[in-house]
Design a binder for this molecule. Structure first.
Ligand SMILES: C[S@@+](CC[C@H](N)C(=O)[O-])C[C@H]1O[C@@H](n2cnc3c(N)ncnc32)[C@H](O)[C@@H]1O
Length: 275
C-alpha cells in the first residue's frame, strides 16, 4: 500500500473525534502515521478507505483494538534503572521527610509495570502504606492488564536486570510466582492502587499530588499538546512537588517551564516552584 498522506491522517483524526470523541489531532504526526500504517497491515486492510469504513461502522470492539494499537504500550519494570535509583535515594526520601502520607499519580501507566516498580520500591523503603497511588491510562484494555498483574515470563529477565541495576534489595522473583509461562505479580503490592481511565488530551486535573510520573507518554504528543498537558500536571501538583518524565523527554521547551525547576536533568525530574 502507498504511504499515507497528511490529508488521509486528518480524515482519520476528524472521524475519531466526531464518532468516538477521541482527539488525536495533536499527536506527533510521524509516529501516529506509523501506527496507522501498522494497523492497515495487521488487519489486512487493502485500502485506507476500508479502514475508514470499518471505523464508520461504529464497531466499538474494533475501535478499542484500534485505540490499543494507536497508543504505544511498550513498557518495562524499573525502566531506566538510574531513574529508580534517584527516586529511591533522593526524591522519595525528600517527599516523605516533608509529608506523613503522599499521593502519587502514574499518568499513562500502560500494563502496570511502572506501578509495580513504584510499589516494590516503596515496600522496600517501608513506606508503601503511606502512599496513595492512582494509575491512569487512556486505554481500558491495557488498564485491565495492569489490574491483572500478569506479565509474560520472557519479559522478566529484562525486568529483573533493571531491578538489580535500580538497586533493588532482593531479587525480583520475590514479588511474583511463575506459572505456565507467565509471571503472576504479588497483588498485595497494589491492593490500594486506584486504576482508572483518564485521557490526558481531554480531561482536567482531578486531584492534587506530591509526585507525578508521566514517562514516555508526551513523546507521542506535539508541542501544543505537551503544553496543554503540562498545564494539567501543574494544576495537579502541590507547590514544591515533583514531576518525572521519560529520559528522552524534556519540559524546557514548554510554555510554563518557568514554573518548574530542574531537580535532576539526567533523570528528567522537575519540581513545581510557582503557582
Ligand atoms: C509507552 S507507554 C508508557 C508506559 C510507562 N509510563 C513507561 O514509561 O514505561 C505510553 C502509555 O500512554 C498511554 N497514553 C497515550 N495517550 C494517552 C492519553 N491521551 N491519555 C492517557 N494515556 C495515554 C498509552 O495508552 C500507553 O499505555
Amino acid at each position: 500500500m502507498q504511504e499515507l498522506e497528511i490529508g488521509q491522517l486528518r480524515t482519520l483524526t476528524d472521524l475519531l473525534k466526531s464518532r468516538f470523541d477521541y482527539d488525536f489531532s495533536n499527536y506527533a504526526m510521524s509516529s501516529f502515521k506509523r501506527r496507522v500504517q501498522r494497523i492497515l497491515e495487521l488487519y489486512k486492510f487493502t485500502t485506507f478507505e476500508s479502514l475508514v469504513e470499518k471505523l464508520e461502522g461504529s464497531d466499538e470492539k474494533f475501535f478499542h483494538e484500534f485505540l490499543s494499537e494507536i497508543t504505544v504500550n511498550v513498557t518495562e519494570m524499573f525502566r531506566d534503572p538510574s531513574f529508580w535509583v534517584e527516586l529511591r535515594e533522593n526524591i522519595l526520601p525528600t517527599i516523605f521527610s516533608e509529608n506523613r502520607n503522599i499521593n502519587i499519580w502514574h499518568a499513562g501507566c500502560s500494563s502496570g509495570e511502572e506501578v509495580y516498580s513504584m510499589a516494590i520500591t516503596l515496600q522496600e523503603m517501608g513506606l508503601l502504606d503511606r502512599a496513595k497511588i492512582v494509575a491512569t491510562d487512556i486505554d481500558l484494555a491495557i488498564l485491565q492488564k495492569a489490574k491483572d498483574g500478569v506479565i509474560p515470563i520472557k519479559n522478566m529477565e529484562l525486568n529483573a536486570k533493571n531491578y538489580e541495576r535500580g538497586k533493588g534489595i532482593h531479587t525480583l522473583d520475590k514479588y511474583y510466582k511463575e506459572q505456565g509461562g507467565k509471571a503472576y505479580m504479588d497483588k498485595n503490592l497494589v491492593k490500594d492502587v486506584v486504576y482508572r481511565e483518564h485521557n490526558l488530551v481531554s480531561e482536567v486535573a482531578f486531584s492534587k499530588f506530591d509526585l507525578i510520573l508521566c514517562r514516555n507518554v508526551m513523546i507521542y504528543f506535539n508541542q501544543s499538546l505537551q503544553n496543554q498537558v503540562l498545564k494539567v500536571f501543574h494544576e495537579s501538583l502541590f507547590k514544591y512537588s515533583y514531576l518525572a518524565v521519560g529520559s528522552k523527554e524534556s519540559l524546557i521547551w514548554c510554555e510554563i517551564s518557568n514554573k518548574f525547576s530542574i531537580v535532576n536533568n539526567e533523570e528528567k525530574v522537575y519540581k513545581k516552584v510557582k503557582d
